[in-house]
Design a protein around this ligand. Structure first.
Ligand code: 4NP
Length: 161
């Protein structure tokens, strides 16, 4: 049986706060569903400022509180190849979405959209705010990534899941 691997990329601005948390929490949902072989997960930032850095300590600690380890992730910038490699490119907020769309090649097959597409809501940037902002990001990311996984499962062939 040929399995088509689905590849999902979470994107924010710096790739140190929101998208690493989304990557870690989504991967956690994927593992719980037993779909690690079928779904590949990564994250990136539209900016290059933090390339090579670990996630922000506040994101690492927020993830840890919920049993998710994101401490081994390393920030990278969104690149042209991502638009060929990934089936889903998931933006944390409307500004990320327009930056991704501006970078996208004219012809591409990636499904580019907001994490909280149904609600048309942003995952707010917590970088300059208080620690509680990270709890809010976690709650939004947990629900958004859970719904995304259900959507992807519905698109997969019944024989694959
Ligand atoms: P992120 O948060 O996009 O969720 O990773 C930010 C991280 C860094 C900066 C802004 C937002 N910054 O200005 O350096």
């Amino acid at each position: 049986m040929v399995l088509l691997q689905r590849r999902v990329l979470f994107v924010c601005l710096g790739n140190i706060c929101r998208s690493p948390l989304a990557e870690g929490v989504f991967r956690h949902h994927v593992k719980q569903a037993g779909l690690e072989e079928q779904i590949y997960v990564d994250s990136a930032g539209t900016a290059s400022w933090h390339t090579g850095k670990k996630p922000d300590i506040r994101s690492i600690q927020t993830a840890q509180k919920h049993g998710v380890d994101i401490s081994n992730q390393e920030a990278r910038q969104l690149e042209d190849e991502d638009f060929e490699k990934f089936h889903y490119i998931i933006a944390m907020d409307a500004s990320n979405l327009s930056n991704i769309q501006a970078k996208a090649p004219y012809l591409h097959t990636a499904n580019i959209r907001l994490l909280l597409q149904d609600e048309q809501k942003d995952v707010p940037d917590p970088y300059y705010g208080a620690n509680e902002g990270f709890d809010e990001v976690y709650d939004l990311v947990r629900d958004g990534t859970y719904n995304l996984l259900q959507e992807i499962r519905e698109e997969m062939e019944p024989t694959e899941i």
